[in-house]
Design a binder for this molecule. Structure first.
Ligand SMILES: [Zn+2]
Ligand SMILES: [Zn+2]
Length: 239
């Protein structure tokens, strides 16, 4: 099944121009089998006084998306995209988190990467660096990452898929793919092919942490071509 592992909804992500319902309906119409809802988790949206109310909305949006997924026949996974305060260009995707994870960890943005990775390990979540190379960001210390993402966001003109697969091949990291859809350009048709048997957020996290083989559909913003790639963990891309 083809799952776009990076999607936003306007209920939480202020930069996103499409509602959860419109986004889920569109993904279904285009032929996706599922989405991971990875709304922005950024200290721009809350402070220590407002975190409780804000995170309640964040969790409600997850649950709303899961309900809509059932209505429209689309599998919905609940993820997070954390903006790191040490460098706000650095965004980290977390898969496998639940509401307790969010309620018990109110300052994910303030953490260093090793701290964030430690929290993810403790809670059996997968930590993936979103869109490496965007805005000049480097791949971070791969000892504190489970994976790196190929991002098909049309506004950024380059998915950097070759660079990402090279680093993953050298380091043994997992690779995921998603479109980072915000409704600000065409709806890219990229994602990660996952086994049908994978149904829960924990299944998804475990898959990212431990699977040996990954397959993607890339919708490359450079030339708008759509193509498939297979990657085996720790192996160079065959050309
Ligand atoms: Zn991002
Ligand atoms: Zn994003």
């Amino acid at each position: 099944m083809l799952i776009d592992l990076h999607a936003h909804t306007s209920g939480i992500s202020k930069c996103c121009k499409i509602s959860a319902e419109e986004n889920i309906r569109l993904a279904k119409r285009l032929g996706f089998d599922g989405l991971a809802i990875t709304n922005h988790y950024t200290s721009q949206y809350f402070d220590s006084k407002t975190y409780g109310d804000w995170i309640e909305n964040y969790i409600n949006e997850w649950q709303f998306c899961v309900k809509l997924g059932k209505k429209y026949g689309l599998r919905i996974f609940c993820g997070i995209e954390v903006t790191m305060n040490e460098d706000d260009r650095l965004h980290m995707l977390i898969y496998g988190a639940d509401s307790d994870f969010l309620l018990n960890n109110p300052c994910l943005c303030d953490m260093s990467l090793p701290q964030l990775y430690g929290v993810c390990r403790k809670n059996s979540c997968a930590l993936v660096q979103a869109h490496p190379f965007r805005n000049g960001t480097a791949v971070q210390d791969t000892g504190y990452l489970d994976g790196i993402e190929i991002n098909c966001h049309p506004l950024y003109k380059n998915s950097f898929y070759e660079e990402i697969l090279k680093i993953a091949g050298d380091t043994g990291l997992a690779v995921t793919a998603g479109c980072d859809y915000h409704a600000d350009s065409y709806r890219a048709y990229g994602g990660t092919f996952l086994p049908d048997t994978l149904t829960t957020d924990s299944d998804l996290a475990e898959y990212i942490v431990s699977a040996n083989r990954f397959e993607f559909q890339i919708h490359d913003p450079t030339d708008r071509k759509i193509f498939r790639i297979e990657y085996s963990r720790g192996q160079a891309l065959k050309s």
